[in-house]
Design a protein around this ligand. Structure first.
Ligand SMILES: [Zn+2]
Length: 97
């Protein structure tokens, strides 16, 4: 248990799954490498890790940030849909340029 304030907005929850998902993916790929004896060798299946990272990043970028707490909203990767403004942030600081 950590003393950090855990944000429960969907973006932070999905982003928190990145590490465990990569570890599980690497484990499964090594397991397949062992089970099939070279037919599904890790040298051939490692791009799956990139796919998993990309899918989680995409899901995180598309997820809403309603109820985000603890600092600025993590930025979405470039080329993705911008997020709606956080209703808890003080607005009205002039029109955007
Ligand atoms: Zn959050």
């Amino acid at each position: 248990m950590s003393d950090r304030i855990r944000c429960n907005c969907r973006r932070c929850v999905i982003r928190g799954l990145m590490g465990p998902a990569v570890v599980v993916t690497v484990g499964v790929l090594f397991l397949l490498d062992q089970l099939r004896g070279g037919y599904l060798s890790f040298g051939d299946t490692w791009p799956v890790i990139l796919v998993v990272i990309g899918l989680i990043s995409l899901a995180s970028a598309l997820a809403p940030t309603d109820g985000h707490v603890g600092g600025p909203v993590p930025p979405a990767p470039p080329g993705t849909t911008p997020t709606p403004p956080n209703p808890y942030v003080n607005q009205g600081q002039g029109s955007g340029r």
